[in-house]
Design a protein. Structure first.
Length: 73
């Protein structure tokens, strides 16, 4: 996502609702919000896989500890 700025002019609204700049448009930030670069599909998939693996690990440890606790009673 790129953020743009209207320099040497101001933003105006056209008849059809479009935003018009009476000056010069300049790109302020060429990356995502907070200055982070955008993720590729592969990177997003890797993060999603890691989150699912973490969730499954925590769920497995919790279930195993509950089973051991019930068995020892």
């Amino acid at each position: 996502m790129s953020l743009i700025e209207c320099t040497d002019g101001e933003w105006q609204q056209a008849q059809d609702g479009a935003a018009l700049c009476t000056g010069t448009l300049e790109v302020v930030a060429g990356s995502g919000p907070f200055g982070l670069p955008p993720l590729t599909y592969e990177e997003a998939n890797a993060i999603l896989g890691a989150v699912v693996l973490l969730f499954a690990t925590v769920w497995g440890v919790k279930t195993l500890s509950r089973l051991i606790t019930q068995t020892l009673r």
